[in-house]
Design a protein around this ligand. Structure first.
Ligand code: AMP
Length: 282
């Protein structure tokens, strides 16, 4: 695996690969890699000749400086995992390089940041889109792979890519979970073993909501998820709700639609965890 730190150097590498006719895939990450990230690499290898993983802890998307400071970093382990996963290139830029000559741009997010993670993390999605644009600018992938674990981020990136006529295809990849059902996340490493066990209630609540989707009224499902979470005082529910899959607007009733998505966020000890589940009319 090639490790490239300088943005113009990765641009050169990609240009060379392209001249040989390679189809290029990018998986942007913030490191502290786990099986969720590796699932994205595996998916990319199916359709791409050259798979690039970027590791960059993006300061623009953190609104809490402490969260940024405590964000786990494991460069040595990450490199080994990427080698084993068959990743071709690791792009490891420095902050000053990636933001060289950079003017933040305010994107039209189509109102997709109005709910769920948006209000509790002001500026977060603008920060994500700005850095993804920088990564795309240097790597110019044909396809970029993002996890459904962060479905609001994925929906926003798909929207911006369409609206801005970005040539990159945004590919969505399913959520990888621990055996307990807990969605894998780099932040899980900050949980103690007991907290990690208790955090599984988040997915349990989502599954319970999914089992009643399109049959029970939405307010009843919301109340039942709140009741489930209240059984576990160490898991503090931040929000749960059901949304339209396209506009991400909260729903009060099912209407005629055949799909919807349930979003959840909860605080477990020092960490805020998010998850979601797609709801499909049976
Ligand atoms: P992060 O390093 O947390 O910024 O995540 C990098 C990419 O990996 C994003 O597209 C995430 O949605 C995706 N990702 C993170 N956790 C998971 C997971 N458990 N399953 C699938 N994709 C994930």
């Amino acid at each position: 695996m090639k490790i490239v730190t300088i943005p113009p150097a990765i641009a050169d590498e990609v240009a060379q690969a392209r001249r040989k006719g390679a189809h290029v895939g990018l998986i942007p990450t913030m490191g502290a890699l786990h099986d969720g990230h590796l699932g994205l690499i595996e998916r990319a290898r199916k359709t791409c000749d050259v798979v690039i993983c970027s590791i960059f802890v993006n300061p623009l998307q953190f609104n809490d400086p402490e969260d940024l400071e405590r964000y786990p970093q494991r460069p040595v382990e990450d490199k080994l995992l990427l080698e084993d996963a068959g990743c071709d290139m690791l792009f490891l830029p420095e902050k000053n390089d990636i933001f060289f000559d950079f003017q933040p741009y305010t994107y039209d997010l189509g109102g997709l940041d109005r709910y769920w993670e948006g209000p509790s993390r002001p500026g977060h999605f603008q920060g994500v889109v700005n850095v993804v644009e920088r990564l795309f600018f240097y790597t110019r992938p044909d396809e970029a792979f993002f996890g459904e674990k962060d479905r609001q981020q994925l929906t926003i990136l798909q929207h911006v890519a369409r609206a801005q006529h970005w040539p990159e295809q945004i590919i969505s990849c399913p959520t990888t979970r621990e055996t307990s059902g807990l969605a894998m996340s780099s932040r899980n490493t900050r949980l103690g073993p007991d907290q990690r066990k208790k955090a599984a209630i988040i997915y349990h609540a989502l599954r319970s909501a999914a089992s009643r989707a399109f049959t029970s009224p939405i307010p009843e499902i919301i109340a039942s998820v709140q009741a489930i979470l209240s059984q576990e005082p160490e898991v503090q529910l931040d929000h749960f709700g059901v949304a339209d899959t396209v506009s991400l607007e909260p729903l009060k009733d099912w209407g005629e639609r055949s799909t919807a998505v349930a979003f959840i966020a909860a605080q477990v000890g020092p960490v805020r965890l998010i998850d979601n589940i797609l709801l499909v009319r049976g």
